[in-house]
Design a protein around this ligand. Structure first.
Ligand SMILES: [Zn+2]
Length: 452
């Protein structure tokens, strides 16, 4: 049955439209769109409608450690000491707790305005690397969490084959992530037969975790999938890559693989001018995760240069230490302002910073997740976020200033209702299943912390 949503204002691909009416079909896609239209009886209504955002990089289980890694240790804290805690927590995540945490994460994403998530999923096996009877056991949990909360999902099973650039064996704590090419292929077959409707990409974890011949075979076997990889996040990783592979990570990847619009390079924080230029030209998407990158002390992505060369990016919440769409974009911009000494370094002349960043993230996210999302047009999923025009940061504004008000001015979110695949999942800022999802999450976290 077709349903309808009438929005007094809507952000369409060619700009803001008045009185937009969306018809939504039984599959949750936009089947009709009229502007300067009238509402029809039974239509839902909105002040302001914008496309739902893709969150292109998430490790849902890491939400379990949000706030636990902020205490200074005995020595110098770093990404690598953070990773130790992450590995420790990962040992205690079982299928039920993963499901509970992922549902909480996806619910918070929806409330924030994200309507599709790229789950970079590497917790494949049981503790110690003992395989589950069903190789897709853990994948099934994040798929189920997405279905229950209503968020769209691109599942990105991770291929993790070695413990470092030097082809080290996986350490015990990495064994839950490990796969050979054969066992990974078996996982992909299982996913396709058990979950034929799930969109699946592939994720070679990083250049630390795969070697060249594995990477080449992997890309060839799964030649139709989008490819996500962590890259150049940490200076030490760049140094080790130069030492073992003879070039910094982004340069090495560009030189050895055909990096194109299929690819999403997550972070790409540390690049020289040549890498920045060539990555922009490749049409690959860079997956920026500004909140996590700040939390981990990764460094700042060269966004001014990259965008000046027409580079593409989307945003993700990565470690999920905090889930906030507006904050990801704001922090991305503020990092560039602080280092460039300019006020609107990412916005072309006479344009709004908020709109520029929002549009980039919509386009890049849709490309990276390979789904029909990111624009309010007929044929795409009806992923629609509505904003409260009377929110203190939005009131008496219009058009792009609504986005600027949301991203730069609002403390409490102005997100009102969120439709994911046409289903109303967030009403007045609150997920329709918040109470039950939160209760299950609380129990799961209590259980994990008792063991850790
Ligand atoms: Zn990540």
């Amino acid at each position: 049955m077709e349903t309808g949503l009438f929005a007094q204002n809507a952000l369409l691909p060619d700009g803001w439209a008045k009185n937009a009416r969306f018809g939504i079909d039984a599959k949750g896609r936009i089947c009709a769109l009229d502007t300067d239209a009238q509402p029809q009886s039974g239509d839902a209504s909105a002040d302001i409608a914008v496309p739902g955002m893709a969150n292109l990089h998430c490790h849902a289980f890491q939400r379990a450690m949000a706030g636990l890694a902020e205490r200074a240790g005995p020595g110098a804290d770093s990404f690598w000491t953070w990773r130790e805690l992450m590995y420790r927590i990962a040992q205690h995540i079982d299928p039920d707790t993963l499901n509970a945490i992922a549902a909480m994460v996806y619910m918070e994403m929806l409330e924030s305005g994200f309507t599709c998530v790229g789950e970079f999923h590497y917790l494949h096996h049981g503790p110690g690397g003992v395989p589950y009877d069903n190789p897709a056991e853990m994948s099934a949990q994040v798929i189920d969490a997405a279905a229950r909360t209503g968020i769209g999902q691109t599942l990105l099973p991770v291929f993790y084959a070695q413990g470092g650039f030097n082809a080290q064996d996986l350490i015990d704590r990495q064994k839950r992530f490990g796969h050979s090419l054969d066992s990974f292929s078996a996982l992909m077959s299982e996913l396709r037969s058990q979950f034929p409707d799930t969109v699946t990409g592939i994720a070679p974890h990083s250049l630390r975790a795969v070697n060249l011949s594995q990477l080449q075979k992997f890309i060839e076997i799964f030649s139709r999938c989008s490819v996500h990889i962590h890259i150049a996040e940490q200076r030490r990783e760049v140094e080790e890559c130069i030492q073992h592979l003879g070039a910094p990570p982004v340069r090495w990847l560009l030189d050895h693989m055909e990096v194109n619009e299929r690819w999403c390079l997550v972070h790409a924080t540390h690049m020289n001018e040549g890498e920045t230029r060539d990555l922009a030209r490749s049409q690959a998407v860079v997956g920026l995760c500004p909140v996590t990158e700040a939390n981990l002390g990764d460094g700042l992505f060269p966004a001014v240069d990259f965008l000046a060369q027409k580079g593409r990016f989307g945003i993700g919440s990565d470690s999920c230490v905090r889930i906030d769409l507006a904050e990801e974009l704001r922090l991305l911009d503020y990092g560039q302002r602080l280092t460039s000494g300019r006020r609107t370094p990412l916005a072309p002349a006479e344009t709004s910073s908020g709109r520029t960043l929002f549009q980039h993230a919509l386009d890049g996210g849709a490309q990276a997740l390979a789904q029909d999302i990111g624009a309010l047009v007929v044929g795409q999923h009806a992923d629609i976020v509505t904003l409260n025009s009377q929110h203190p940061a939005l009131v008496a504004r219009s058009g792009d200033a609504w986005l600027d008000g949301w991203i730069y001015g609002a403390v409490n979110s102005p997100v009102q209702d969120v439709y994911a695949r046409g289903r109303l999942m967030v009403q007045n800022g609150r997920h329709t299943k918040r109470k039950q999802v939160e209760a299950v999450f609380q129990k799961a976290l209590t259980r994990i912390m008792a063991q850790t």
